[in-house]
Design a binder for this molecule. Structure first.
Ligand code: SF4
Ligand code: SF4
Length: 364
């Protein structure tokens, strides 16, 4: 349409670009200068990486464990240390460690001392128990059945010595996940939520809150059907089919799956993404039905430590947990760790013929 005379043309709003900013602008200048031109790296001590560039430049990286959920006080404290003893450049790793880069070896000692004095350990490199990775939990997600950060903090307090030393046969990645279906990942040892009862449905709310076809479509075993309850549109669950996965809960909060008693924790063992020395592996369930017991989850810590220290004692150099179990076999794993082999280790789901390779009891 022709623009009316005298009417000013509206300027289109420039789209706001969201997403990750370009990381190069925040990098240590030596890293920018030598980007893609590194000759080798080594580890002069646990928690410190040393990179040497073809240009002859050197850079030391100090890795610091954090409590994962950092408030303004902790961030200011850490940044003050970095400004005073480092060179003002930091980055966070995917396991929530802080890494501080400095261009002189002489700066490394005082930097470590300052972090230690403030209560922050330096470690997590090489054959250590690296910082436990965890999912978002109650801070950022609407469906968690446990406080993943709390499990991580309480467990890392117990594994402090294994973080600051490199005394494991190979690196150990521990992961946590606060629901059964979304984030989380393969870990040498994984602590995952395990729902043991089908969802309790709040029929009064379903019609107001849920898009019923999406909820029906979410169920991996087709256990949900539309239903009329008390004269209102709602849903029903075939409890014989339900595998208690919790997938119906995110799109429909009235499908209440979280439960203080029946949402348990399970431990899985032997997963890895790495291709080094052996193929990537899926983790397998080894302990089920552990109580979700905040604030310190002692039952979970006991099982994790049992597995970890048996591995430390029995594995050969450079075997990851999964490699170790492959060599000794699952029956021996249960014997050595003293963990009971229960019915929960057997995948008896009717779709199991497709997934038996992912359970501990049999391998083709
Ligand atoms: S694991 Fe599940 S509950 Fe936890 S943050 Fe991820 S999606 Fe949310
Ligand atoms: S918990 Fe999982 S299996 Fe059970 S009804 Fe919900 S989506 Fe289906």
């Amino acid at each position: 349409m022709a623009q009316a005379q005298g009417v000013e043309k509206k300027q289109m709003r420039t789209p706001i670009e969201s997403g990750c900013p370009d990381g190069m602008q925040y990098m240590h200048p030596l890293m920018v200068k030598n980007f893609g031109n590194w000759k080798y790296h080594d580890r002069p001590r646990p928690g410190v990486l040393h990179h040497v560039a073809y240009s002859g430049d050197e850079i030391w990286t100090v890795r610091v464990g954090t409590q994962r959920q950092l408030g303004p006080y902790e961030i200011n404290l850490l940044c003050d240390i970095v400004d005073k003893y480092g060179e003002g450049h930091v980055r966070f790793t995917i396991r929530s460690n802080l890494e501080v880069m400095v261009s002189k070896w002489e700066k490394v000692g005082p930097l470590i001392q300052a972090f230690n004095d403030a209560g922050y350990p330096v470690g997590g490199t090489g054959n250590s128990v690296t910082m436990i990775s965890h999912t978002q939990g109650w801070l950022h997600c609407d469906i968690p059945a446990t406080d993943a950060s709390g499990v991580v903090k309480s467990l890392m307090d117990e594994l402090y010595e294994e973080f600051i030393k490199e005394e494991m046969p190979n690196r150990v990645h521990i992961t946590t996940s606060c629901c059964q279906i979304n984030c989380g990942g393969q870990g040498d040892i994984a602590i995952n939520i395990q729902h043991t009862k089908p969802p309790k449905i709040n029929h009064d709310l379903v019609a107001n809150v849920c898009e019923r076809p999406s909820v029906v479509a979410r169920c991996p075993v087709a256990a949900i059907r539309p239903a009329i309850v008390n004269g209102k549109p709602s849903l029903e669950v075939d409890e014989k089919k339900c595998i208690c996965c919790g997938a119906c809960y995110p799109p429909c909060p009235p499908m209440q799956i979280n439960d203080p008693e029946h949402s348990k924790l399970a431990i899985w063992v032997g997963g890895k993404n790495s291709n080094a020395r052996s193929k990537p592996m899926f983790q397998k369930l080894v302990a089920a039905g552990l109580p979700n017991n905040p604030p310190r989850w002692p039952e979970v810590a006991a099982v994790v430590k049992k597995i970890l220290y048996t591995y430390k004692k029995d594995a050969r150099d450079w075997e990851r947990v999964g490699d170790w179990v492959e060599r000794i076999g699952w029956p021996r794993f249960f014997e050595l760790t003293g963990l009971p082999f229960t019915k929960f280790h057997i995948d008896n789901w009717r779709g199991a013929r497709n997934s038996l390779n992912a359970s501990a009891h049999i391998r083709f």
